[in-house]
Design a protein around this ligand. Structure first.
Ligand code: MN
Length: 275
């Protein structure tokens, strides 16, 4: 998993949903004997806020959720055969759930990508908040092209998810699998995933706290120094994939863009304050 926000420890965990999700997901991975990484990625900080992610080859700013591409590519570089991506607003819900059938589907050597259906929003698309990929040339190329080629979804909701769906749907059906199980609502106590997406953002902290409460586990992030990696620089990865340095004009544009975003955020806060 990954986020630009740090994992908070001690009593602070309970106020930060990525930190609560970190601990729930860390515990599940420990049970499964899966290595677990939280990429706390880094973007240039300016006095008014952070730079947005930017892809130099298509000259496009990119919404934050695109950064998962680097986290997954990085895990592949580390030599893992399979990489599971989980959003910081998504948890492995039932820790006694059996995942051997899901992982076993990769016994089919043609399968490259597995994800959950984006129900109730779309019946025929997957949600990019959770997916499993085989570390193969096909997937590496997919992720590199996803970042370096122009996309009409660069800043359009649901961002990299729409681009991923449109690319993978061109593949042979044997190469991808969409699991039809709930993730956006708690429909069963034994469901594998729970994803509290942006429309439910106010439920994330209380929802994840309930998970700890029901199991009498203290909501505190543990083993942070073993699992949180703070050296994934979004710009360095873009430079590596795009193959060139930023021009001064691009630096200026990114400052201007981030300033514009900061003004928008401020205006929105003011408007909310008035109503
Ligand atoms: Mn999400």
């Amino acid at each position: 998993m990954g986020d630009d926000r740090p994992v908070r420890e001690g009593a602070e965990t309970a106020r930060s949903y990525p930190s609560l999700a970190y601990e729930i997901n860390r515990r599940f991975c420990a049970l499964q004997n899966w290595d677990f990484r939280y990429e706390c990625y880094e973007l240039r900080s300016r006095p008014w806020g952070k730079w947005a992610a930017y892809a130099r080859s298509p000259k496009q700013h990119r919404a934050a959720s695109w950064v998962k591409v680097f986290a997954v590519l990085r895990a592949m570089e580390l030599g893992y055969e399979f990489v599971i991506w989980i959003d910081s607003d998504c948890i492995f819900y039932d820790h006694s759930a059996d995942w051997s059938d899901i992982m076993g589907s990769f016994n089919n050597p043609e399968l490259q990508f597995l994800s959950w259906v984006d129900r109730p929003f779309y019946q025929d698309q997957f949600c990019a908040g959770f997916f499993i990929v085989r570390s193969s040339e096909v997937i590496q190329r997919l992720l590199r092209e996803l970042w370096t080629q122009p996309s009409e979804y660069s800043w359009k909701h649901v961002y990299e998810q729409s681009e991923l769906n449109s690319r993978i749907k061109r593949w042979s059906p044997a190469a991808y699998s969409i699991v039809d199980e709930p993730m956006f609502r708690l429909e069963a106590k034994d469901q594998r995933l729970l994803h509290l997406a942006s429309f439910d953002h106010h439920k994330r902290v209380p929802g994840f706290l309930d998970w700890f409460d029901q199991r009498s586990i203290l909501p505190e992030a543990l083993e942070v120094q073993n699992h949180v990696h703070t050296d994934l620089s979004v710009d360095q990865w873009d430079q590596k994939l795009s193959g060139r340095a930023l021009t001064w004009l691009e630096r200026f544009r990114r400052d201007a863009w981030s300033l514009r975003q900061a003004i928008r955020r401020f205006a929105k806060r003011m408007l909310n304050g008035l109503t």
